[in-house]
Design a protein around this ligand. Structure first.
Ligand code: ATP
Length: 232
């Protein structure tokens, strides 16, 4: 049994259907990348997993329990945390206050302020600054940190690279080994296929709300991925 599983997951915005039966499985300790073009449904999938988009109870299971459609707070307390697309920091709060928001889940675990500041030293200097005063890359570090502060079993990251310069993207991804070192299970939505293949063990490609390809990251060929990504 997978740690986190979806079976025939559908999602709607009003009458518009965004996901058409997603079958997905994630084992403890894996790093999975989800790739796909704009509008393929990647964000909707992560939002469904975290209760931000409604899902039927039995379509999602975590640790063997059905969790589809539970309130987002319940899902965080069970151990699934989201780094949302566009960071979504609280603009009126300082860096440290944003990080501490993650502790509302009251889950025990290895992540705390000290540990985060060791991973992203620049945040130590900026801890009392308002979040909007930081650069995009630094804000992304705060968004990752806020999610880690809930000590999740599964960390879901939506487009960490969005709007960031290549050098900053490398800096963000350089933190991944420290995050996975203790067996954190990670799902990363990433538009850049090369990055997705480098950082993950398995890839799911989404196209128009469906899984168009899935397999081992090291084994999928560029041709297979192009066909699944663009529907060629
Ligand atoms: P992107 O890389 O652009 O974020 P994505 O793969 O994450 O793309 P989604 O954002 O999940 O795709 O969008 C999937 C579909 O759902 C698209 O057709 C999109 O237009 C639609 N959609 C997304 N959010 C909403 C919303 N709040 N209301 C209505 N439709 C939406």
């Amino acid at each position: 049994m997978s740690l986190l599983e979806t079976s025939g997951l559908q999602a709607f915005y009003g009458d518009a259907q965004a996901l058409f039966g997603i079958d997905f499985g994630l084992d403890a300790g894996e790093v999975i990348a989800i790739i796909g073009a704009n509008g393929a449904g990647k964000s909707t999938f992560l939002k469904s997993l975290t209760g931000l988009v409604k899902a039927p109870r039995d379509a999602i299971s975590f640790n063997g329990q059905p969790i589809g459609g539970l309130p987002p707070g319940d899902i965080v307390r069970r151990g699934i945390a989201l780094v949302p697309e566009g960071r979504r920091l609280f603009p009126s709060l300082t860096v440290e206050e944003n990080l501490l928001m993650g502790t509302n889940a009251k889950r025990p675990g290895p992540w705390n302020l000290q540990r985060l500041y060791a991973m992203f030293p620049i945040l130590t200097q900026k801890r009392h600054e308002p979040a909007p005063a930081l650069s995009g890359g630094q804000q992304q570090m705060v968004a990752i940190g806020r999610a880690l502060m809930s000590n999740p079993a599964v960390l879901l990251c939506d487009e960490l690279s969005l709007g960031l310069a290549p050098i900053v993207i490398r800096e963000i991804y350089a933190a991944l080994p420290a995050i996975t070192a203790e067996g954190m299970t990670v799902v990363i939505v990433e538009q850049d296929v090369a990055t997705a293949q480098q950082v993950s063990q398995r890839i799911y490609c989404f196209q128009e709300g469906r899984v168009s390809l899935h397999g081992d990251s090291a084994e999928l060929t560029r041709e297979q991925i192009s066909a699944a990504y663009f529907g060629l």
